[in-house]
Design a protein around this ligand. Sequence first.
Ligand SMILES: Cc1cc2nc3c(=O)[nH]c(=O)nc-3n(C[C@H](O)[C@H](O)[C@H](O)COP(=O)(O)OP(=O)(O)OC[C@H]3O[C@@H](n4cnc5c(N)ncnc54)[C@H](O)[C@@H]3O)c2cc1C
Length: 467
Amino acid sequence: MSATTRPRASATSCHTVIVGGGLAGLAAAAALVEQGVSVSVLESRRRCGGRAASFEDPVGGGLVDACQHVAMGCCTNFLDLCTKTGLAGTLRRDRTLWFIGADGTRAACTPAQSLPAPLHLAPLLSSMRHFSFVEKVRLAMGMLRMARWRGADDPTGLSAGAWLREIGQPTRVIELFWQPVIESALGESLDLVSVPAARKVVRDAFLANRSAADLYVPLEPLGTLFGDRLVAWLEREAVEIRTGCAVTGLERDGSGNVRGVVHDGTMVPCDAVILAVPWKQAARLVPDLVPPADERLTGSPITAIHLWFDRDVIDLPHAVLVGRVSQWVFRGDEAAGRGYCQVVISASRGLLGGDRAALVETVVDELRTVFPAVASARLVEARVVTDPTAVLSVRPGVEAARPPARTRVPNLFLAGDWTATGWPSTMEGAVRSGRLAADSLLAWSGRAATTLAADLPRSWLMRWLAG
Ligand SMILES: Cc1cc2nc3c(=O)[nH]c(=O)nc-3n(C[C@H](O)[C@H](O)[C@H](O)COP(=O)(O)OP(=O)(O)OC[C@H]3O[C@@H](n4cnc5c(N)ncnc54)[C@H](O)[C@@H]3O)c2cc1C
C-alpha cells in the first residue's frame, strides 16, 4: 500500500512514540494527550528535561541548574504550557530589568504600563544613564529601523552587527546595548547572527507589547520543574515516560512508513513517531531526512560560572553587566543556598583561551567592582559549565536549513528547538516545535486542531510604526 493510500489511525487509536524527553518532546506529549492520543516518551537520560537540566549542588545539597534559564513575556507557548501543567506558580515575574553600566552605575528599567508599546520603553531608555541624549535617540531610531526591516534571510546576508554599523549605530550603543541584549537573547555573537533573528528579538520581545519584555525566572531547579513536576503531570494524564531508554533506530515498513522505534535491540511498535532530539542525533536516526553534515546547522556555546560564597553577595535578583566578560548575574534563591550566584556568558567560544581558573578570577573581580559585598566574602567553591552546542547559531541562511515538523515520511514528525519554528533556539522555540509536531500529527490522523497559543497582540502604535 502506498504512503498516501495508507488508512489513517484516528487520533485516539493512534499510538505515538516521542523520542526525546526535552521540552519539545514533553510539550508534544502534553498537546497530544489533551487531544486523546496515546503517547509514550522515550528519553535516553535518567531524567527528562534535556538541556534545561540541573546537577547536584556540591555545597548546599539539592539541585543547581547547569545554566540559569529565563523566559520572557513574549514566550506565550512556554508560559501556556506552564499554566496548563500547574507550573505557572513556580516562575517569578520580574518587571524591572537591572542593568549595571561599565562605570558601575545601576539602572532599574521598568516598562511604563500607562503608555502604548513601544512608548512603554521610554523609562528604560531614560534610565540608561551611561548613554548621552543623542545616543539614546540613535538607539531608539535603530530599534525602529530593525523592527521595520524587510530583507530576506539571504545566506550571503549581513550579520546584525555589520548591519547596525552600516546604518550608523554608534559604537558605544552597539557595545553597551545591542551586544548584551542580542547576544543573551539569541545565545550567539552579534557579528554572527542574522538581521531577521535580531529583528525578532527587538520586535517581539521589546517593542510589540507592554508585557513582552517581562522576565520569567524559575523559582525551582529546572530538573525539578521539568524532570519531576512536568513528568508527573504527564504521567497523571496517562502518558508513558521511559527514561534511560536510548533509541538507536527507526523501523520502516515496505512503503517507508515508520512502524516502530528500536531500543536495546527491541522494536517498540507504534503508529506514529515524533523525533524530538537535537539535530545531530536526528541526522544519525534519519539520515535520509536530516543531512548528517549540514554546516548551516551549527551550535553556539553558553558558559555558566557557578559561585558559592560564604555569605550573600548579590543584592539584586539579577543584573545585566554591560561592557564586561560577565554578561548576566543571577542571585541564587533560598533553595540554591545562601551565597550562591551564577554568571552567564553567551557566545562563549574561545573565552580566555579556555582557562577556567582565569575565567573564575576575571568574573569574581568583575563582581567585586559592582557588588561591594564580594570584597569581604570568601569564595567557597566555583564550577564552570560550558555547553558547546547550547543553542542553534541563528546565522544568515540558517532558516532555509531548519526543517518543518512534517517530513516526507507521512507518520514521522520532527520537533526540537532547531526545527523551523520562526523562533530562536529557546524554551519557547522548543515548546512551539513540540506543538507544531503535535498539530501535524493530528492533521495526518484526520483531526484538525491547533495547540499553539496566540502571540501577544501588537499595539496599534507598533503596527503603525512597523508598517
Ligand atoms: C547553557 C544553556 C542556556 C540556555 N539558556 C536559555 C534561556 O535562558 N532561555 C531559554 O528559553 N532557553 C535557553 N536555552 C535553550 C533551551 O534549553 C533549549 O532551547 C531547549 O531546552 C531545547 O529543548 P529540546 O527539547 O528542543 O532539546 P533538548 O533539550 O536537547 O532535548 C532533546 C532530548 O532528546 C534526548 N535524546 C537524544 N537522543 C536520544 C535518543 N537517541 N533516544 C532517546 N532520547 C534521546 C536527549 O537526552 C534530550 O533529553 C539554554 C540552553 C543551554 C544549553
